[in-house]
Design a protein around this ligand. Structure first.
Ligand code: ATP
Length: 210
């Protein structure tokens, strides 16, 4: 298993890059997608969240009211800490389980981890950072995600800076241009990735600190 860490700020294009890598044969392990799965109706994690943040976070269909949770933790650093303490270890365990399934294969496995710069991990074969100027990320989040400009800027301000992310990168993908330019860069990254040494034996055995 060749194990790539893929990261980038909110709206930088991680999911788009993941999809392009998947079309070349990569196996994607997506921290946000796992978080959504673990918070689906009926999952035990929802009970824990309701115990900490109140039963009103679960709507009558049994689904998590994400907007309500987001507004609680956005305004309250202690609540955010508690949320991370509950959710991050559960995500890490599931990511580890999926990595272990791949360990003996020759696959390129991509860990899509939005907060990799904030929570570094060792044992990766390489790290790919998707980089865009803040203004580009903001305009895409407003145009395609329906966020307000203020909300997009506030979320970006809470994340690592571009410099902090680029400092952990083996490869930087510049996603400020057209999708065709992105695709060309992903092809180059793929050609690089397949030459990398396999991940260290202990990769994925650690639960990263939230
Ligand atoms: P998040 O951090 O919210 O998960 P992300 O980093 O995964 O976001 P994407 O979802 O891949 O980012 O991209 C954000 C939005 O910008 C999407 O709607 C995507 O289709 C669009 N997008 C990505 N790259 C480009 C590009 N080069 N040109 C135009 N639109 C793009």
């Amino acid at each position: 298993m060749i194990l790539l860490g893929l990261t980038g700020g909110i709206g930088s294009g991680k999911s788009t890059v993941s999809a392009l890598l998947a079309s070349r044969g990569a196996v994607i392990i997506d921290a946000d997608a796992i978080a959504r799965e673990l918070q689906a109706p009926g999952q035990p994690l929802l009970v824990t969240l309701a115990e900490r943040f109140g039963a009103s976070l679960i709507d009558e269909s049994g689904a998590l009211d994400r907007a309500a949770l987001a507004s609680i933790v956005f305004a309250d650093p202690e609540a955010l800490k508690d949320l991370n303490k509950i959710v991050h270890p559960a995500i890490a365990v599931e990511m580890d389980r999926r990595m272990k399934e791949q360990r003996e294969t020759d696959n390129v496995v991509v860990l899509d981890i939005p907060l990799l710069a904030e929570n570094p991990r060792t044992g990766l074969s390489g790290v790919v950072v998707v980089d865009v100027p803040v203004d580009v990320a903001v305009s895409r989040l407003v145009e395609f995600r329906g966020m307000t400009e203020d909300d997009a800027r506030a979320r970006i301000a809470k994340q690592a800076t571009r410099d902090e992310r680029r400092a952990i990168a083996d490869q930087v993908i510049d996603n400020s241009g057209e999708l065709s330019a992105l695709s060309d860069q992903v092809e180059a990254v793929w050609q690089w990735a397949v030459t990398l040494p396999p991940a260290a034996d202990d990769a994925g055995n650690r639960v990263p600190t939230p």
